[in-house]
Ligand binder design. Sequence first.
Ligand SMILES: C[S@@+](CC[C@H](N)C(=O)[O-])C[C@H]1O[C@@H](n2cnc3c(N)ncnc32)[C@H](O)[C@@H]1O
Length: 304
Amino acid sequence: MAPGLVHAGHQAGGGVGGCSGPGCLICSFLDTPVRPLGEGGRRGMSYSPGTLAPRRSSPVHIPMPRYRLSHRDAVEWLRTLPESSVDLVITDPPYESLEKHRAIGTTTRLKRSKASSNHWFRIFPNERFPELFTEVWRVLKRDSHFYLFCDPETMFVARPLAEAAGFRFWKPIVWDKQHIGMGYHYRSRYELILFFEKGRRRLSDLGVADVLPVPRIHRGYPAEKPPALSEVLIRQSSSPGDVVVDPFMGSGSVGVAAARLGRDFLGTDICDEALDISHMRLRAEGAVPEEAADAHGMRLARSG
Ligand SMILES: C[S@@+](CC[C@H](N)C(=O)[O-])C[C@H]1O[C@@H](n2cnc3c(N)ncnc32)[C@H](O)[C@@H]1O
């Protein structure tokens, strides 16, 4: 097959079996072949394999966003990225304290979801934070920002470890989910986003408040975040054409926000389904996989 074409298995909506790799635009940029999307597709989003969805019309010029996805462990994958090659990191690890909520049953509802697997994902233990933050620091350019989604309990663990890696901690930003959650004592309605800085970078808009009211995603990928939330962070801490990274990308919400704002996106996740969903959503936003972009002389930071 000629490089850059889409495999017939994909064109027909076929699965792994009909999709063998060489030359296929979709297969070749992923670590693993794409599986059929079926019910994993996002509600209300039309997905047409082999075609790029038209970009939304905008009065402002936005560069064509590019992306590359990986299936590797977050830290291992970050190690493959060149030093000082990334403009912004926004990420949402499956932190250890989620296990506790799961154990007492408050996340049972999330175990079953049309748009995701029927199993909750594996947690990323707190003891791995030092290696994660070391790599995030290394890949970020000088004068850049790092946003870490977490809960209040994890904040006390993550903050000193990120500071030990070199980051300056500014403050927690509150995501007001505008929906009261499960529990008994002051039922949960917010999550935190820790705001860190490497060097010195001015926010784009100093008038933005530290409470971001954005409705949560109902019945999405487990712990899925609304792209509108990441859009605020991306506008604040990057410019069009910059490279945004999420090493725990899940359903790719950070990538979707990056694509909407004309930033390039690099992401990884160890879950097959996360990869499929992210790929489908990025294409639907008009983002171009690196292979296709390369054919037009555009190139992202090289990595494994
Ligand atoms: C909280 S979810 C991210 C949700 C995402 N922010 C979204 O909006 O969909 C965490 C993700 O990390 C992935 N994950 C768990 N351990 C990982 C690891 N060691 N490396 C990379 N991804 C991992 C899980 O598969 C899961 O998709």
